[in-house]
Design a protein around this ligand. Sequence first.
Ligand SMILES: [Zn+2]
Ligand SMILES: [Zn+2]
Length: 269
Amino acid sequence: MYTDSHAHLDGKRFDADRAEVVTRAKAAGIVTILAIGNGDGPGTGTLDCAIKLAQQYEGVYATVGIHPHEAALAKPEDFDQLERLARDPKVIAWGEIGLDYFYDHSPRDVQQRVFLQQMEMARSAKLPIVIHCRPSDNSENAWEDLLRLVREHWASSGVGGVLHCFTGTVEHARAALDLGFVISFAGNITYPKAQNIRDAAGIVPLDRMFIETDCPYLAPAPHRGQRNEPAYVIETARRIGELRGISPEEIGQQTSHNFREFFGNSTLE
Ligand SMILES: [Zn+2]
Ligand SMILES: [Zn+2]
């Protein structure tokens, strides 16, 4: 039994065979998938994309939110729409939101403002947040800003959140754990150069971690370079299992249990 805590199932690369992708995931033992609802961003009519998928497929839940890449496109009416969408019973988290100083698709001050506004809205909606954090090359800039903003504007909510596709250092992981976050590991943990991710996966308590695909991106070895899909989350479980000296099935069970505990069994019925 596995849970893919972060999948962009709405992606166009799934348009031709989305139902088969979900069927393959179920056959492989992936019982729960969290569909990320950023869609193509504000103004494209897709901010409800994950809700539609959650209504269509059993075991699929939804988030809503504006990705830092598209922060500059956000208008007041988009926030109004998100506020309404967040009340849908299939929505269990707000995200992904955060900071991306690697691509800088939106100006950094705008990313921060949109991140802050969504933390405020998630707090009102009592929804955990799903965080995306990517610094510039050879820099900790986005981590420094993000951890500061979370410490000042979110930690006191007590609602917690998920640090998705963790790519930081052991110190970043410890700081996020201290702030009440769960750390989610993706397929890039299998990449040869990702020793920092494996180091972090070695210290995060087993009851504070999720696993995810971030599909269609970041396919794990041995599928690297192909389109990623939820069934491949097992490769991440396998790699963490090797690091921790336990089986992939146990990692799957534990992280699925963590997911249910974190979001609440009643929410996931
Ligand atoms: Zn992300
Ligand atoms: Zn993502």
